[in-house]
Design a protein around this ligand. Structure first.
Ligand SMILES: Nc1nc2c(ncn2[C@@H]2O[C@H](COP(=O)(O)OP(=O)(O)OP(=O)(O)O)[C@@H](O)[C@H]2O)c(=O)[nH]1
Ligand SMILES: [Mg+2]
Length: 712
């Protein structure tokens, strides 16, 4: 952990940027295992921050510093690693590639102005990788493609490059050619040799001349096609030699627009390509002032004029990650969009998830002034003190007790609110309970803290089933949550069978007799009632009809009978689920002038309903959701037959884009409790879905039997 990591960490002072133009916020995006975290190590070594790289396997990297990451040997959260290069501070933001952690990726995309899309030279491009590319597209993120693991036994750089071009388009074009133990720059026409991490340059070896010529031509044409100077293509085709300065300028403009994706081959093990990557990041990528700021509102939701990335402007910052540690307390990782943050000042914290995403997100709105404690520039887990943090930079703030991920920090005299980035919806429900009853309070504190850190975790206290349900992104995400509860908050948690809130109703008309008579000694109790119960259509809830004649049930006790019946309905009469959709008619009864009471008639009402239930069939109603599955066209058949197998009723399909279909169906909730996992495996991560409660429907006998069998 921290002490292990320190063996490779330089531990020097953090690089400091005094102006936004001297900062690059670069997020690493790519499939799990592509080599992002390892690449960060190599870049930290190349820039002198580390003397030697840590490894993911040993748990000694800067970015995989969380206990769960060390145990799982993969990233589960975003991590920051700043480095200096050529007078520029590069904030590398490592993100996890696994789909469950897409929330962390989105936070990383929000914090960054440009991305390195990391692919491994020994892997093909699968659906989850395409989904990551789309995540970048969705926010218009400028990016370069890094093809890493050049040294892998099964590496095939050419295949990896053409797979990337097939998947992401012909504007994915290499800037370098791998050559022996180095690279050849296609624009600079220089060979870069690496020897034990040290780079030297020379004229390209003749054996690369043909390849260089061909790839250079394609690159130059690609850049010129993107140029805003329309005369350039004509001049180029006319045989004019276009100057490297012009090409580099056009290339940078096209990268910043997100319409051109230079490819850089890299080997983290030998360091090949790391210097080239740092050069592209510092001289070719947009700086914070070139990246549009998110929309700004007042805390009352009134739109405000857009701000600039100006250190002298009003303070505007956003919490992109929150960690809480029983010893250090809460640490908020913050991206500063405007203004300057200084320690020991008071800021306004605005959290308005409900206004933007509705009440179901389990994050209460809040607005408060809080004092900034420590200010630091983290390197993974290591916190290095900071004195001022200017617009465009990233830093960590200690002990903001109320700030949650996605909250806005602003000047207390001029409170502002940023619309948070789009959070993915957790769709895997996991029911849990504290292993020991005495741990229930600890569990609720732990869950509250985890929800503040992680907007993709939704906590539901189901009032009907009395279960605590953790809505997670997938099994890997739920493992991380349970791991944190056990290791950070000391609560052992058992996962239990998820109970879906069913309802009961009457299958037919039935009569019931309720007799609550106790007359032995003291004050007696006397109440008798006769009722008739009949089923009503869906959504009718409850009707009570009084047909008592001649005062057999005295007036004042008629509401008591109704109250008793309602109380029994809440508890149910069969399997213990609330009862709905019935009409109860009170027909007759008996009373006693002394012993009858409100309570006695309530009891009699409940008894009458229970007796009526024995005279007919009690049916179960189950919640049915509207499920919308977005799938590639070729999987529509499999998705549909899988939904039918879940007792789904297909409602129709809709074309989306060129090769996707939206399949809509109504599916009982009991059949889709693990659909988040099943759909991912059925589609290899290519399909996604949403669900929304639609209504209650009669549960068929076969499903009731199956449910009973699985519970017993
Ligand atoms: N041969 C070789 N192996 C590498 C290289 N880079 C990374 N690896 C190995 O690939 C595995 C995955 O690397 P990571 O850096 O954890 O990959 P990641 O992209 O951060 O993965 P996630 O955190 O799950 O998204 C590790 O075992 C690394 O040692 C490389 O350049 N060459
Ligand atoms: Mg990683």
């Amino acid at each position: 952990m921290a002490d292990k990591a320190s063996s490779s960490q330089g531990g020097g002072a953090a690089p400091v940027a005094d102006s936004p133009a001297a900062i690059r916020n670069v997020v690493l995006v790519g499939p799990s295992g592509a080599g992002k975290t390892t690449l960060v190590e190599a870049l930290l070594v190349a820039s002198g921050v580390l003397s030697r790289p840590g490894t993911v396997v040993d748990g000694t990297t800067v970015c995989d510093c969380d206990d769960a990451e060390i145990r799982q040997q993969r990233s589960v959260g975003l991590a920051l690693a700043p480095l200096p290069h050529n007078g520029v501070k590069v904030n590398l933001i490592d993100t996890p590639g696994y789909a469950d952690f897409v929330g962390e990726l989105r936070a990383g995309l929000r914090a960054a102005d440009c991305a390195l899309f990391v692919l491994a030279a020994n892997e093909s491009i699968d659906e989850p990788t395409k989904a990551l590319w789309q995540e970048c597209d969705r926010v218009g993120m400028p990016r370069a493609v890094v093809i890493t693991k050049l040294d892998h036994a099964r590496a095939n750089y050419e295949n990896a490059l053409s797979a990337a071009q097939d998947a992401f388009g012909d504007k994915v074009l290499p800037l370098y050619l791998p050559a022996g133990t180095g690279l050849v720059g296609l624009l600079s026409q220089t060979q870069y040799e690496y020897d034990r991490g040290k780079r030297s340059t020379r004229a390209p070896d003749p054996q690369y001349a043909d390849q260089l010529e061909e790839l250079r031509g394609t690159l130059i044409e690609g850049i010129i096609e993107e140029s805003e100077d329309e005369s350039l293509m004509e001049r180029y085709l006319g045989g004019e030699e276009i100057g490297q300065d012009v090409l580099v300028e056009d290339l940078e403009a096209a990268v910043a627009r997100g319409s051109f994706f230079p490819v850089i081959p890299v080997c983290s093990g030998t360091g090949v390509g790391t210097m080239e990557l740092l050069e592209v990041a510092t001289s070719g990528f947009p700086s914070p002032p070139e990246h549009p700021l998110p929309e700004v509102f007042t805390p009352h939701g009134v739109p405000r004029n857009k701000l600039d990335c100006d250190p002298n402007g009003p303070l505007l910052a956003e919490v992109v990650k929150t960690t809480s540690d029983p010893y250090v307390g809460r640490v908020s990782l913050v991206r500063v969009f405007s203004g300057t943050i200084r320690p020991d000042t008071t800021v306004h914290v605005s959290g308005h998830f409900t206004s933007f995403f509705g009440a179901a997100n389990s994050h209460a709105d809040h607005d408060e002034d809080e004092r900034i404690g420590t200010l630091s520039f983290p390197l993974g887990r290591q916190q290095r003190p900071a004195t001022t943090v200017v617009a465009g930079d990233l830093c960590a703030i200690g002990r903001l007790t109320h700030a949650e991920t996605g909250d806005t920090l602003s000047d207390k005299a001029d409170p502002l609110l940023l619309k948070p980035w789009t959070m993915p919806e957790p769709l895997l429900p996991i029911a849990v309970q504290a292993h020991a009853k005495t741990d229930e309070d600890k569990l609720s504190v732990g869950l509250q803290r985890l929800a503040a850190e992680d907007p993709t975790l939704r906590i539901e206290q189901n009032p009907e089933t009395h279960q605590i349900v953790l809505w997670c992104m997938g099994e890997a995400h739920s493992d991380v949550v349970l791991d944190a509860l056990a290791n950070r908050y000391g609560v052992t948690v058992d996962t239990v069978e998820l109970r879906v809130p069913l309802r009961e109703t009457f299958g037919g008309k039935a009569k019931g007799h309720g007799r609550h008579v106790k007359q032995s000694g003291g004050h007696g109790q006397y109440a008798v009632c006769d009722i008739e119960v009949e089923p009503l259509p869906q959504g009718s809830e409850f009707e009570f009809v009084d047909k008592v004649v001649g005062g057999s049930v005295p007036r004042q006790f008629i509401p008591s009978v109704e109250k008793g019946i309602r109380a029994q309905m809440e508890k149910g009469v069969g399997a213990g689920y609330p009862m709905v959709n019935i009409r109860v008619t009170l027909l007759d009864g008996k009373s006693h002038s002394v012993d009858s009471s409100d309570m006695a008639f309530q009891m009699a009402g409940g008894l009458a309903l229970r007796e009526a239930a024995t005279a007919t069939k009690v049916n179960l109603l189950e919640p049915v959701d509207l499920v919308s599955v977005l799938t590639p066209d070729e999987l529509v058949g499999s998705v549909m037959s899988d939904l039918s197998g879940r007792r789904g009723r297909l409602l129709g399909t809709e074309r989306v884009g060129e090769d996707r279909t939206l399949v809509k169906a109504e599916v009982p909730q009991v059949e889709i409790t693990r659909y988040a996992i099943d759909l991912r495996s059925l589609s290899h991560g290519a399909a996604s879905f949403t669900r929304a409660f639609s209504r209650y429907e009669a549960m068929p006998d076969s499903a009731v039997q199956r449910m009973k069998a699985s519970v017993s």
